[in-house]
Design a protein around this ligand. Sequence first.
Ligand code: GSY
Length: 168
Amino acid sequence: MFEAYAALGANLGDRERSLREAVRRLAATEGIEVRRCSALYETDPVGYTEQPAFLNMAAALGTNLCPLELLRVMLGIEREMGRVRDIRFGPRTIDLDLLLYEGIELDTEELALPHPRMGERAFVLVPLRDVWADGPEAFPWNGLLTEPVLKEAGIKIWAPWGGVPKER
Ligand code: GSY
């Protein structure tokens, strides 16, 4: 199996339930195993800031699907879960992004790898560091996660992955 990394986010409806359900659906897909999941983080919205806070997380996947097949599975899960997104960069019930697939570099209309904006997004990098195969000290983007960047991103742990979902 090959290793890939996905970022997940939600800021409408029951955000925690949506993230856990999306991971369940990934794990239930033939050709995908969910190897590691990060904690769930609450993060300030980036881009269009007049919207509710997000919950974000990352998952390390083992897969024998090729990158485009994996992307299409992820988009299918968004669709099946009734993703609502009216405004570009606006609120959404569930968002799945393919960040990395082995060391593959790709730039097509449908898919770019590594994800072109991942290095600018603390809400992606902090969860990704939790599931990095070589451990957090070896995480290649550690230099970008400075105190001011983390403070600005307003990132707080919402729940551990293995914890009991909170009733809120
Ligand atoms: O690109 C993913 C959607 N998104 C997010 C997000 O997931 N988290 C935060 N904090 N801000 C965001 N802005 C957008 S667009």
